[in-house]
Design a protein. Structure first.
Length: 292
């Protein structure tokens, strides 16, 4: 019996065999192309192992997802934005496999709960702060999927003061303030001359005023969204991962200060907000856990 894990994101796709310990083994990553996305994904899967031997596949994909139909409509994959029958297409390559699909944020939460920063913690909110902002919930040790599979999509909580249109079609989502590209865009509007979230974080660490202000703005908004979410779902741990979350104290200090200001209900005493432990493999680890 062979299990596969697959993580599909807007910039990259990763596949790996699942080891006896339930973790992904020797992952292989390819860029997510702008067109013919499924062809690239199918090649990645076929190269991972012989299709005839695979009995279980765990799939994490950028959302929104629809667990009932097995389709996805990720707003960061233009070719699939209007809907793509992912489970159906995977089944054509692996007809004997049981296929388990989850939104990438849910998979990240499950990965950290099973193998990472939240081991032994039954109730966890996870955020992935990168080119977008994803999220997921584990309550009572299990993924909370919601009616369609998109529970925990914290990137689309509306935060005070933001009127920027979001790729989801709404206005003022925290993703429009606190994702890497959003923070970069705002800083450039104020005259900063860099172009990436990595550069923005480096300049903030070096004391550049606009970069510092941009990360502070992003961190405050993230803290507001987190405070709202934890009051709603009553969790004691928040795990934050993703590339832009590596920006260090200029981002993390405002997050913590904002949460302390807004999350004041007594049942939230002792709330822990911690970095993800699994790095870029958290979502893939969650996809692997889906095959258990």
């Amino acid at each position: 019996m062979t299990a596969l894990a697959l993580d599909i994101g807007g910039t990259k796709m990763t596949a790996a065999l699942v080891g006896d310990d339930g973790r992904p083994q020797n992952p292989v990553t390819v860029p997510t192309p702008e067109s013919d996305v499924w062809d690239a994904c199918a090649d990645l899967l076929r190269n991972a192992t012989e299709p005839a031997t695979v009995t279980r596949i765990g799939v994490a994909c950028s959302g929104p997802v629809n667990l009932e139909t097995g389709s996805v409509a990720p707003i960061n994959i233009a070719e699939w934005k209007d809907g793509f029958g992912l489970r159906e297409h995977i089944a054509e390559v692996f007809p004997e496999a049981d296929i388990h699909l989850a939104m990438d944020g849910s998979a990240a939460a499950l990965g950290e709960h099973r193998f990472g920063a939240a081991v032994g913690v039954p109730d966890v909110l996870s955020l992935v702060v990168s080119t977008g902002i994803g999220g997921g919930l584990v309550l009572g040790g299990k993924i909370v999927a919601g009616a369609s599979g998109n529970a925990g999509h914290i990137g689309h909580i509306v935060v005070p003061g933001s009127t920027t249109p979001c790729a989801c079609g709404g206005i003022g989502c925290v993703e429009t303030v606190s994702s890497g590209p959003s923070a970069v865009r705002w800083a450039r509007e104020l005259g900063w001359t860099g172009s990436t979230g990595t550069e923005l974080a480096a300049d903030a660490a070096a004391g550049e005023p606009i970069a510092i202000t941009s990360l502070q703005r992003a961190g405050v908004a993230l803290g507001q969204a987190i405070a709202s979410a934890v009051a709603l779902v009553d969790v004691r741990m928040v795990v934050i991962g993703g590339g832009f979350a590596q920006a260090g104290p200029p981002l993390w200090n405002p997050i913590q200060e904002s949460i302390a200001l807004h999350a004041r209900l007594k049942f939230l005493d002792g709330l822990q907000v911690v970095p993800a432990a699994l790095g870029g493999l958290g979502t893939l680890a969650g996809a692997a856990a889906l095959t258990a």
